[in-house]
Design a protein around this ligand. Structure first.
Ligand SMILES: NC(=O)c1ccc[n+]([C@@H]2O[C@H](COP(=O)([O-])OP(=O)(O)OC[C@H]3O[C@@H](n4cnc5c(N)ncnc54)[C@H](OP(=O)(O)O)[C@@H]3O)[C@@H](O)[C@H]2O)c1
Length: 353
């Protein structure tokens, strides 16, 4: 029996994970946590808010599924990696913000780090543990979000409700807005860099509107492997929870004979500059990715609260990156300081605007 601690149990990923765990006789939920919504009765040990590492200490799980949204997921990520407890990681923000610290902890701990993000789960499966030197390049696909095909002038008065209407995925509000701005693909680019030890110039992003192809890996021998499936997060969640097994899920097999066209196009970086800002932040390294993430979190929250227009999200993130000092964080305290500095910068900018 694999004992699972589920963090972010009340969210989109969390609820789908509960479904997978309930249906699988080899998985047992030993702990469940949320930020504030009640989780009583979901698991023998539960916690709403506070320091989730206390819960993890008590629960002694075999695997942590971190489905908390945002930088708040970082302590749990580091807890699992440091102790060698297997980590199924949906909380991409923790790896983006703390890539180097997380990888050092992973090396010391020696547990498994299994991505839950569909693109990274796909890439992980195509790579099957092969080293980076065999890889020509990795391709991450992006749906393009609800505003694909629009130009900047058409995004001036976009409402939160319009940004939350994602064409292919049904997700929590923060990641849905990130998909609309392409910040999500920027976060995923940085996440892929750390997960697969690939330089940024070997990671490409292409827009693929139907989200059937999740990732492709081009190898140095000229072969390309791709991961396909209907866009349903229960597939990568199940894969991460039952790895290295592949358990049955309710998701149907891909129907090709029914007619399926796979279309790809380059991302429009002029209209959606956050993807380019993320790439630059990743290439600059140090705490630039942390600043990118922090500024984006505050900007997205402000947009959802009606305090910032849609196009303002990219503007304030660019501004925060320009103001960031970006020097590498030697420890968690320095990383938290970089995160807080970027958050303060955006809050100040919002007050002035
Ligand atoms: N949804 C997807 O399809 C998808 C796909 C790929 C990756 N991801 C990633 O998975 C993560 C979760 O996404 P989501 O869409 O499931 O988000 P969501 O629906 O907004 O759920 C977020 C979860 O995090 C919890 N939470 C928030 N702040 C917390 C805190 N300070 N401490 C503990 N828990 C906290 C929430 O609890 P409350 O309900 O109490 O606020 C909720 O359970 C994100 O990093 C996202 O990028 C999601």
């Amino acid at each position: 029996m694999k004992r699972i601690a589920l963090l972010g149990a009340t969210g989109s990923i969390g609820r789908q994970a509960l479904e997978i765990i309930e249906a699988h006789p080899g998985l047992e939920l030993c702990a469940a946590a949320s930020g504030s919504q009640p989780v009583d009765g979901l698991a023998p040990l539960t916690q709403a808010g506070g320091d989730l590492t206390d819960l993890l200490e008590r629960a002694e799980p075999d695997l942590v599924l971190n489905a908390v949204v945002g930088f708040a997921g970082l302590p749990a990520t580091l807890w699992a990696l440091e102790r060698g407890v297997d980590l199924a990681l949906a909380n991409k923000e923790s790896l983006v913000a703390a890539g180097e610290l997380a990888l050092s902890a992973h090396q010391r701990g020696g547990g498994r780090l299994i991505p839950v993000d569909s693109e990274h789960s796909g890439a992980f499966q195509c790579l099957e543990g092969r080293s980076a030197d065999q890889v020509h390049s990795l391709v991450l696909t992006a749906s393009g979000g609800p505003f694909r095909g629009r130009v900047r002038d058409e995004l001036d008065d976009v409402t939160p409700a319009a940004a939350l209407a994602h064409p292919t995925w049904n997700m929590g509000p923060k990641i849905t807005v990130d998909s609309a701005t392409l910040a999500n693909k920027g976060l995923e680019l940085i996440e892929a860099h750390f997960l697969f030890d690939l330089p940024y110039d070997q990671i490409e992003v292409v827009v693929h509107p139907t989200s059937v192809v999740h990732a492709l890996v081009r190898f140095r021998d000229g072969a390309t492997l791709a991961h396909l499936g209907y866009p349903d997060m229960r597939v990568p969640i199940s894969y991460a929870l039952t790895y290295p097994e592949r358990s049955a899920t309710p998701i149907p097999a891909l129907d090709l004979a029914g007619g399926m066209t796979l279309e790809f196009e380059p991302p429009d970086l002029e209209t959606f500059p956050l993807l380019a800002h993320a790439r630059t932040a990743g290439e600059q390294g140090g705490t630039y990715p942390c600043a990118f993430n922090a500024a984006n979190e505050v900007a997205v929250a402000a947009f959802l609260e009606g305090r910032l227009p849609f196009l303002g999200i990219a503007d304030v993130v660019a501004d925060a990156l320009a103001a960031a000092d970006g020097s590498a964080a030697r420890d968690l305290d320095e990383l938290i300081a970089a995160d807080e500095a970027a958050r303060r910068h955006v809050e100040e900018a919002l007050k002035v605007a």
